[in-house]
Design a protein around this ligand. Structure first.
Ligand code: SAH
Length: 378
């Protein structure tokens, strides 16, 4: 028999298909899917022993075929400001970082969609790490489970709980989510499911560097809040700092934003704007910015640049950021300045990076083998 199949990250249909393969009778498929869904995403079960809604023999049978196990947490760090960062390993050389940012009125979990990144945004640390691979839906959802484990949120974080610490999820960690569309879609649909982890789509934000042709589909099939890493109002500047702009220039990107399904004053797009000294932070830039986004229900999130070893930029001075924000604000757009969090543990925006490098084929085979050993039932 092969290694047990993880049930984490499967859609309900996927769960049912897995159970059908395991010989569960058709008339029981929905019920079993509901039981496992509740156990995994409300109770936080990591195995089948404690799932008392299943008869004992079935628990044993499921344990042979399936797993709800967590990935390995390599390190867990806490910043002076309470921000937490986990380095999570999905296999040899396949590691990502996940960050939890507690605030007075919310707690935001920042999750990754890829190991490394294909984009090479000049100001982003992850951009210096080549893409190793896309994360699976299981691996994306697992980041939420690992964080809930460590924050001791089970099961009181379940449905309708005021007590939960993770209230919001942002897809703003490592990677470009719209280059891993299906897995990101399935994972967000699991995370948002009201019978499970239950983080509503109004509280989930997907951030993209601007993969314009995928934006409409993201609205239709995911329907989370959308954030766009704009960072410059002119193509000549954006071409340099977000090279993806050469493929999908500002005009095309903003046209896709205007057409984003579900866009309204209640569901605005967030434009992220990293403040780079002398690069994109002049008053003229601010005025041009509000001009080009005219007509889009939006807010502008000003992000003080977070440095990393070897970074080619500096953060704009605080007064500059405030004056820039004033201009944007007077034009009628909320322009909050994102407080840098977790800089001391390199957990702030754009600082994430893991040591992972793309493995040779022989290492990939070793990864698969070792997974089998790790998951072999005993
Ligand atoms: N690829 C997606 C998801 C990454 S989100 C995207 O580009 O949107 C990470 C956010 O942090 C993006 O807005 C990114 O532009 C921003 N960022 C990257 N590096 C940064 C840095 N050094 N300082 C501040 N913000 C940064």
């Amino acid at each position: 028999m092969g290694s047990p199949k993880s049930l984490i990250g499967l859609t309900r249909e996927g769960l049912k298909a897995a159970f059908a393969d395991a010989g569960v009778e058709p008339k029981h498929l929905s019920m079993r899917a509901g039981q496992i869904w509740n156990a995994a995403y409300v109770q936080g079960a990591t195995g089948f022993d404690a799932i008392t809604t299943l008869a004992k023999p079935l628990r044993a049978e499921f344990a042979e075929r399936f797993t709800l196990a967590r990935p390995e947490v390599v390190t867990a760090q806490m910043s002076q400001d309470g921000t937490r960062k986990w380095l999570i390993r999905f296999g040899p050389g396949v590691e990502v970082e996940t960050v939890f940012i507690p605030d007075e009125d919310r707690g935001t979990l920042c999750i990754s969609s890829q190991v490394g990144c294909t984009l090479t945004c000049r100001f982003c640390h992850t951009g210096t790490q080549k893409l190793v691979r896309n994360l699976t839906a299981e691996e994306i959802v697992s980041q939420v489970l690992v964080a809930r484990d460590d924050l001791k949120e089970w099961p009181r974080a379940g449905r309708n709980s005021d007590e939960r610490q993770i209230t919001n999820v942002v897809m703003m960690g490592m990677g470009e989510p719209l280059y891993n569309f299906e897995n990101v879609r399935d994972a967000i649909n699991v995370i948002a499911d009201g019978e499970g982890l239950s983080v509503s789509k109004r509280r989930i934000t997907l951030s993209t560097a601007g993969v314009a042709p995928m934006i409409e589909r993201a609205g239709e099939e995911i329907g989370a809040m959308l954030a766009i890493s704009l960072h410059a109002p002119r193509d000549d500047v954006r071409d340099v700092i977000v090279p993806l702009n050469k493929k999908y220039p500002i005009k095309e990107l903003l046209a896709a934003c205007r057409a984003y399904p579900g866009l309204s004053n209640a569901r605005r797009i967030t434009f992220e704007y990293v403040m780079l000294k002398g690069v994109n932070d002049s008053n003229a830039d601010a005025r041009e910015l509000v001009k080009i986004i005219g007509g889009i229900p939006a807010k502008i999130n000003l992000i003080p640049f977070n440095a990393w070893p070897g970074a080619p930029y500096e953060c704009s001075d605080w007064e500059r950021i405030e004056e820039f924000g004033e201009i944007v604000n007077r034009a009628g757009y909320a322009s909050p300045i994102r407080t840098p969090r977790g800089r001391d543990i390199m957990a702030a925006c754009g600082q994430l990076k893991s040591e992972s490098v793309k493995a040779r084929a022989s290492d990939r085979i070793a990864e698969l083998r070792s997974k089998e050993i790790v998951r072999m039932p005993h």
